[in-house]
Design a binder for this molecule. Structure first.
Ligand code: PMP
Length: 437
């Protein structure tokens, strides 16, 4: 098929609600490690990795060789029959998850992982209500959309599923209390208690949050935040669910899971995306007594599929063998310095935030008023694309550039990305000009 045919058929045969980046769609053709090529043969340095999913490089041969071998051996048998691939993966996950988490339920997506986590928290605690955070993202099912605190991704709902309330989020750059991080007393953490006291029955099933809010624009809480929240959640009978869909598997540097950066031991971890380096997978992992509280039987036809399981295990092994969590920290810090130097130079950048190889730039028209700059954000992405760099977008206001390159990138890749971003920032219309258009 030609590129134009693909674009035409995409429009004709897929739901129009499917989001595609860029005014001229980027039709992907093939990819290798940190690079992706489009149908015209243009090569891109991929700093978004299929939405925070390519952990160890596109089509990494150390993962794909195992996937290919497994396809030839056994592709599918369903959860009805144990297989070596799924138990090897579950055993590995038990070894690296924090605390006493040691049992896994596999599904196909982050959405399902979060559905499962909330279901099981309700069964274990006997409570119903769940506290989520504003600006969070939990998935696209009806309940996951209800957990989501981001209007853009709740549009299709006539009503939310019951029993879900939202606390203010730790968005320091736009503090919901109008305070400064040094003098705020972490008021946002206390809001979790206020929300429980005022909008629930007083006993909750769970609190669910992403250690760093991904879709929300890599919003990174202050270091005290999750410990305070954890204690509140326990006080009101809830389980702490850490949604590691974006922050898991070494992405934040040095640790396997984002929540470990805040020294909190969650009751349940959910994940997807980067776990299998691009193969569809969902994971809900917890302690045996919680897993054992599931009433009745559960089935997920594709959950724990041997091919996916082999991909996930190979991805985790590679991260471990090549010490990619260390690389994420070292190269992540180097990347952060580069981004801060861009901030020194370009007024459009209001905030630089993130951790490890999960870094973001928030664009504003004016640093004093913090007026959001969504058009400039889109334009910046186009300018990066035309220079051979792919970056992502996010944030409630569509004004945050999200970057999540593979964990095995080198400093030279960062140098190239920073150079392109510097040029792209210079090319983006300046705020004063923007106002006149
Ligand atoms: N949780 C988080 C934090 C996510 O970022 C996403 C996907 N963006 C999901 C859940 C849902 O995952 P999926 O798209 O695989 O259903």
């Amino acid at each position: 098929m030609t590129k134009d045919e693909i674009i035409r058929k995409h429009k004709q045969y897929l739901f129009p609600s499917i989001t595609t980046y860029f005014s001229e769609p980027l039709v992907t053709d093939h990819a290798s490690m940190q690079y992706l090529w489009d149908a015209d043969g243009n090569k891109y340095l991929d700093f978004f990795g299929g939405i925070v999913t390519i952990s160890v490089g596109h089509t990494n041969p150390r993962v794909t060789s195992k996937v290919k071998a497994q396809i030839d051996k056994l592709q599918h048998a369903s959860t009805l029959f144990p297989n070596e691939a799924v138990v090897a993966l579950a055993e590995k996950i038990a070894q690296i998850t924090p605390g006493e988490i040691s049992q896994s339920f596999f599904s196909n997506s982050g959405t399902e992982a979060n559905e499962t986590a909330v279901q099981i928290a309700r069964m274990y605690t006997g409570n119903f209500e769940v506290v989520a955070l504003r600006h969070g993202y939990s998935g696209r099912s009806q309940m996951a959309q209800s957990l989501t605190g981001h209007g853009t991704w709740r549009k299709s709902l006539p009503v939310s599923t019951p029993g879900i309330v939202h606390a203010l989020n730790p968005y320091c750059y736009r503090c919901p209390f109008g305070m400064k991080p040094t003098e705020c007393g972490i008021e946002c953490a206390k809001d979790v208690e206020a929300v429980i006291q005022t909008t629930t029955s007083g006993q909750i099933a769970a609190f669910i949050a992403e250690p760093i809010q991904g879709v929300g624009g890599f919003i990174t809480p202050p270091k005290e935040y999750f410990k305070i929240v954890f204690n509140i959640v326990k006080q009101y009978g809830g389980l702490f669910i850490s949604d590691e869909v974006q922050t898991g598997w070494g992405r934040t540097g040095k640790k396997w899971f984002g929540i470990e950066q805040w020294e909190v031991y969650p009751d349940i971890i959910t994940s997807a995306k980067g776990l299998a380096n691009g193969m569809p997978v969902g994971l809900t992992a917890t302690r045996p007594e919680i897993a054992g509280s599931f009433k009745g039987l559960q089935i997920s036809t594709f959950g724990g599929n041997p091919v996916t399981s082999v991909a996930a295990k190979a991805t985790i092994d590679l991260i471990e063998e090549d010490r990619l969590m260390d690389n994420a920290e070292v190269v992540g810090n180097y990347f952060r310095q580069g981004l801060q130097s861009l901030q020194d130079k370009h007024d459009l950048i209001g905030d630089v935030r993130g951790m490890g190889l999960m870094q973001a730039l928030e664009f504003v028209k004016d640093r004093k008023t913090k007026e959001v700059a969504p058009q400039e954000t889109t334009q910046f992405m186009e300018e990066c694309r035309s220079r051979g760099l792919l970056v992502g977008k996010g944030g409630l206001y569509g004004n945050v550039i999200r970057m999540s390159p593979p964990l095995n990138i080198a400093k030279s890749d960062v140098d190239e990305a920073i150079k392109i971003m510097d040029e792209a920032l210079s090319a983006v219309r300046q705020p004063a000009v923007a106002a006149t258009r």
